[in-house]
Structure formats: C-alpha cells, structure tokens
Write a protein that binds this ligand. Structure first.
Ligand code: HEC
Length: 151
C-alpha cells in the first residue's frame, strides 16, 4: 500500500518536471540551424544597402583601418561564448559613422546576423531568428563545425 503511494507521487513529480521543462524555451547555439536562407538573403541586401563592406572589407575580411573582420577565426574568437542579443545590439550601432536614426533598426538586426552566420559556415534551419532580445539571449555563439576532412 505504502509503495503504491510512493510510486504515484513519483509519477506525479515526473510529470510535473516534464511539463515544466517542456514549457521552457530551449537554450541553443548558432550551430543548431537558427536562421533561414531567406532571412540571410534579406540580411545581405541590408548589408549592401548600408555599405558595411566599405569598412569591414569586400569579403568581410576586415577593413583598411583595422575595422574588425566579420568572418573567420577572429570573428568567432571575439564572439565565442557570447549570446546573440549582444551581437544584435552591436549591429544596431552600425554603420559606426552614422547617427542613430541611420543605423540598423533592432527589427532588422536578426536578418544581418543570419547573413553573418551563413557567411561563417553555420547551417541554416527551418525557422527564422527572432528579434526579441530575450529569445536571442538563449542562443550562444560557438565555433562552426569543422569541415569534414576528405581522404
Ligand atoms: C564607417 C565604418 C564602418 C561601417 C560602415 C560599418 N562598421 Fe561595423 N565596425 C566598425 C568599427 C570601427 C568597429 C569596431 C569598433 C566597434 O566595435 O564599435 C566595428 C564593429 C562591428 C562589429 C563587431 C565586430 C567585432 O568583432 O567586435 C560588427 C558585428 C559590425 N561592426 C557589423 C557591421 C555591420 C553589419 C555594418 C553595416 C550595417 C557595419 N558594421 C558597418 C566600422 C564600421
């Protein structure tokens, strides 16, 4: 009899835990397919409209006046371990030489991030990156998966 009570209580606890964790948004990384190709195409158009390459280089390899690269190891090292909300905030302060009303709007920042992720070799996925900072805060920047060696 006692044992039945314990089993019932444990089942209820298990159900409650599954329910709670199921309801929480999942923490992800940029390697998990967090943007779509349509979104990164929009991001590229924004980047071209705003002249980001004038400073960050034609291939985003870094600019002539030591503007940081938005590509490769240096970019990933600078941003690794940080979350996408921070990167979105930085992007809304670009172009660096413009006044705030001519800089990237927060709603457009995820499109720009989507392009940068694709350009850096992170895979696209099925749903778009949201603009909500709380949601972006759950996505961590990690190194892209290493290219598979061919032999
Ligand atoms: C007038 C030159 C200029 C333009 C145009 C410009 N940037 Fe920048 N950007 C900079 C400089 C300088 C820095 C480094 C200082 C800083 O972080 O504010 C920087 C930093 C960044 C960083 C952070 C890089 C890192 O590793 O810390 C990102 C991301 C970025 N820019 C994105 C963009 C995007 C996207 C655009 C186009 C909307 C853009 N920038 C246009 C000059 C520019």
């Amino acid at each position: 009899m006692k044992r039945t009570v314990i089993v019932v209580l444990l089942s209820i606890a298990g159900f409650a835990m599954t329910f709670t964790y199921g309801a929480l948004p999942q923490a992800r990384t940029v390697a998990d397919g967090v943007y779509t190709t349509e979104q990164s195409d929009r991001g590229l158009k924004i980047i071209d409209d705003y002249g980001c390459r004038n400073c960050h280089g034609n291939q985003f390899e870094g600019g002539p006046e030591e503007q940081p690269p938005l590509l490769g190891e240096q970019f990933v090292t600078a941003w690794g371990g940080r979350k996408l909300d921070e990167l979105a905030e930085k992007i809304t302060m670009m172009p660096a030489d413009q006044s705030p009303q001519n800089q990237i709007r927060p709603a457009a920042a995820p499109d720009v991030i989507a392009f940068l992720l694709r350009w850096n070799g992170y895979p696209p996925g099925k749903s778009e990156l949201p603009a909500d900072p709380a949601a972006l805060k759950l996505i961590e920047i990690v190194a892209p998966a290493p290219q598979r060696l061919s032999y």
